[in-house]
Design a protein around this ligand. Structure first.
Ligand code: KIV
Length: 289
């Protein structure tokens, strides 16, 4: 099973190795919104690896093992081909690498839409294999029965409305949602249905700001915006996007760093030193005692 291993302080490359502490809980996140107000916005970032989780953990309330890993890690054309096994392996790595944030794992396309029973089998596999606190699934009113089914059986669910990337083949692309009255009404109705079904939080992705604000006001649970509004109850970004790992990112991404340049620069220096036999030097070689 993916949880067979815990972080081993003697073999971990991280120094200092993070120390176990009390983790934030799903009820703790849910109750950050009181009577429609979230005093301190909820901070969420995606994480796919143990080391990434270690670095993000102290700064985040939640870490999302997003199925965006299909594109970010695996170079797939969309999230559609992502499998349960991929989510389980990356989810377990993120739980191993974190001690503070509540970890949420995405349910991949095809693993939950068939029926509540199918969703329970997939979600229970994910929480057992990873140790994550909750799962996330895409879709609104049509998934409400499933959200209630999972929640009533012990699996907290984060919803996801607006631009739902797993539906790219139906939506026809990744354009912002909520521009027409019909779309705006659907986003509000979807969020309300998920809230009533017991979702502990709802991601609002790629939705025009007035509708994101209205939706946030319309539901009791916290909303987590991405390409939505600073008035949502929290925010999420794909970590690699905000670190500047890619040249093409959605316009709602703010780049806080440019690690692609750093990595390419380091690789160029390494290549030059290998070719000139400057590496390895005396500090990196073993000599007889
Ligand atoms: O898969 C993902 O990373 C997500 C976030 C962008 C919300 O669903």
């Amino acid at each position: 099973m993916a949880t067979t291993f815990n972080l081993n302080t003697s073999t971990s490359r991280a120094n200092p190795t993070p120390k176990p502490m009390k983790r934030l809980t799903v009820p703790g996140i849910r109750t950050r919104k009181v009577n429609g107000v979230t005093a301190e916005p909820i901070v969420m970032l995606t994480a796919y690896t143990a080391r990434q989780a270690q670095l993000l953990d102290a700064h985040c309330d939640m870490l999302l093992v997003g199925d965006s890993l299909g594109q970010v890690i695996y170079g797939l054309p969309s999230t559609v081909p992502v499998t349960l096994e991929m989510m389980a392996n990356h989810g377990a790595a993120v739980v191993r690498g974190s001690y503070h944030a509540a970890v949420v794992v995405d349910m991949p396309f095809g693993s939950y839409e068939g029926s509540p029973a199918q969703a329970f089998a997939s979600a229970s596999m994910l929480v057992k294999a990873t140790g994550a606190a909750a799962v996330k699934l895409e879709g609104g009113a049509v998934m409400a029965e499933t959200v209630a089914f999972l929640t009533e059986r012990g699996i907290p669910v984060m919803g996801h409305v607006g631009l739902t990337p797993q539906a790219v083949n139906v939506l026809g692309g990744y354009a912002a949602r909520g521009r027409s009255d019909a779309e705006a009404d659907k986003i509000m109705a979807d969020a309300r249905a998920l809230d009533a079904a017991g979702a502990f939080a709802i991601v609002i992705e790629g939705v025009i700001e007035p509708i994101a604000i209205a939706t946030t006001k319309a539901v009791a649970c916290p909303t987590i915006g991405i390409g939505a509004s600073a008035q949502c109850d929290g925010q999420v970004l794909v970590t690699e996007d905000m670190l500047g790992m890619f040249e093409r990112v959605p316009r709602f991404v703010k780049c806080y760093e440019n690690i692609a340049l750093t990595i390419a620069g380091a690789a160029a220096t390494y290549a030059e030193e290998v070719r000139s036999r400057a590496f390895p030097g005396p500090d990196q070689t073993y000599q007889p005692k």
